[in-house]
Ligand binder design. Structure first.
Ligand SMILES: [Zn+2]
Length: 543
């Protein structure tokens, strides 16, 4: 039992914004009151928020592990020693599993989404998540370039819904991710890229894939809508593809991943321009849509994506190390280490577009914080990003340091003087992501919620403040105290429960036998140790 007394509480889901009040915890949950003998944390002068929820990051699975192998120099530069509580590990932009869990906890984050797992590789993702302590985690399965599913989209689109429910149950996944729908398969076949959503590459068009799967996810009533990484990531002029994707969704709910990377004007082969204002307007006027920003932060990053063609382009830019791998009939994958530089026109423009999206967004519940870790930068850069949003003078000073040609292509110098409040930060880093994910027990401090709580010293320098929370409570246990890791228990897997008609299994089995190297019966994850401890969030079912 625990009572956190006299802190300034920011709990936007319950309309509490800076009120001084107590927060009580019992048996891992928030409760109304606890007896007088309960342990007390005196939070006077401190800020109390729900634990952070990261809606889009890459922390486990084969591509993350391949990136670790690719970066021995990062390991050497950031060795994490064993302590009485923590296992040893390595840091850098792609930390080892244990270090990933510890560092998220030390940052005040208690729930993280692994945003892109090939269903065929679910076992590896699950095994790595088990080795990622403290945080609760969930993963999204890649469904945008799957040949068996494409066949079903062509022949029996009405059964896609059952197939997706089967896939989610077979893997322990939480939601559905589309990455460059149709486009990765097109590139794998003939090196082609999507020019329009009506391209007939692999027998289905990107538009068919988006429409059919978004409808299936909607009809299943999954807690999180379809999570879309649009076609043409990073390509000048791609904002038109993004808008076309949004129009194709036509009133269905959807979450757009790392919108910044999809907000470029200009001509293919030319210099990109910012189209952030147009996309921010569209998002503002469509309440069924949400996005995370995918902010670029200057310094080292590691790009890792199921969008294999994008990695091929990045390899040509960097001429350095890269990995490109195929997951047979499901997806591709590419990894390229990358450094974003202030003086570089494109990098500065990307940085500026992310900030424009944040500053032009009118609904923090629907445009939430991410760096697409580690693509735009490590999750360790979130505190600096928060300072950029909260501190106009700091931001303007930074704007003055980066490539000025790029800044002139943005509206950042046009009196964009908005400063995020602590309440808005609480929304874009916890309450909003939890709501968009349909996690009713996360992202708030109402009675019955998970007792995941972060307590910060209220410091003027918001980067310092958010870099080192004073206390982090996970499931009612103080895992961080005085800024130090004090406990590192295993978190849980959050998975979805979606019923399906088992008559889909023979149909899928026939599709599998023709395509997969893996037998249908061996495909579902059945090893109990991989799936525990877990909490299942039920789909609502039915449209
Ligand atoms: Zn991503």
């Amino acid at each position: 039992m625990l009572r956190i007394t006299r802190g300034r509480v920011y709990d936007p889901a319950n309309r509490i914004a800076g009120e001084v009040r107590d927060v009580c915890v019992q048996d891992g949950r928030i409760v109304d009151d606890v007896p007088a003998h309960a342990r007390t944390i005196d939070a006077r002068g401190m800020v109390v928020m729900p634990g952070g929820v990261d809606i889009h990051a890459h922390i486990a699975g084969p591509k993350v592990n391949a990136a670790r192998k690719l970066l021995p120099d990062e390991h050497r530069a950031d060795v994490v020693d064993r302590t009485a509580i923590a296992r040893s590990g390595t840091g850098g932009t792609v930390p080892s599993t244990f270090t990933t869990g510890y560092r998220y906890a030390l940052l005040g984050y208690t729930t993280v989404v692994e945003a892109a797992t090939p269903p065929l590789a679910a076992r590896q993702t699950l095994a790595e998540l088990r080795d990622t302590p403290v945080i609760d985690a969930l993963f999204l399965i890649l469904m945008g370039n799957n040949l068996a599913l494409f066949e079903l989209i062509r022949s029996e689109p009405a059964r896609v819904r059952e197939a997706i429910a089967w896939w989610l149950q077979a893997t322990g996944g939480y939601g559905v991710k589309l990455v460059n729908p149709g486009g990765v398969e097109m590139w794998k076949r003939d090196n082609g890229n999507v020019t329009s959503l009506d391209d007939e590459g692999p027998g289905v068009t990107p538009r068919q894939v988006i429409e059919t799967i978004a409808t299936a996810v909607h009809d299943l009533g999954l807690p999180h809508p379809v999570h879309v990484h649009c076609n043409n990531l990073g390509v000048p002029g791609n904002w038109r593809t993004t808008l076309d994707t949004l129009r194709t969704l036509d009133g269905r709910r959807a979450h757009l991943a790392h919108l910044q990377f999809h907000a470029y004007g200009g001509r293919v082969g030319g210099r990109p321009r910012s189209r952030a204002p147009e996309l921010a307007d569209y998002l503002n006027s469509h309440p069924e849509l949400s996005a995370d920003v995918g902010q670029v932060m200057f310094g080292p990053a590691t790009t890792m994506t199921a969008d294999a063609p994008v990695s091929a382009v990045l390899r040509d830019i960097t001429h350095g190390r890269w990995v490109n791998a195929d997951t047979e009939v499901e997806t591709g994958c590419g990894i390229v280490p990358f450094t974003y530089r202030e003086r570089n026109y494109v990098h500065a423009l990307q940085w500026g577009i992310g900030l424009e999206l944040f500053l032009l967004s009118r609904d923090p519940w629907r445009l939430v914080l991410s760096t697409d870790h580690p693509n735009g930068g490590s999750f360790l850069s979130y505190p600096r990003l928060i300072r950029l949003l909260m501190d106009r003078d700091f931001r303007n000073e930074q704007i003055g340091r980066v490539n000025q040609q790029a800044m002139r292509r943005t509206v950042l110098r046009d009196d964009l003087d908005r400063e995020y409040t602590l309440e808005e930060i609480a929304i874009i880093t916890r309450a909003g992501p939890a709501r968009l994910l349909g996690l009713a027990d996360k992202g708030h401090l109402g009675v019955g919620a998970d007792a995941d709580i972060t307590i910060y010293d209220d410091r003027e320098d918001r980067e310092e403040m958010f870099s080192a929370p004073r206390y982090v409570i996970k499931d009612g246990v103080a895992v961080v105290e005085d800024g130090e890791l004090r406990a590192a228990r295993q978190g849980r897997l959050l998975r979805v429960g979606a019923d399906y008609d088992t008559s889909i299994e023979p149909a899928l089995e026939a599709l599998f036998e023709d395509r997969y190297s893996v037998q249908f019966s061996s495909y579902p994850v059945r090893e109990p140790w991989l799936l525990e401890p877990a909490r299942t969030v039920a789909a609502r079912g039915g449209p």
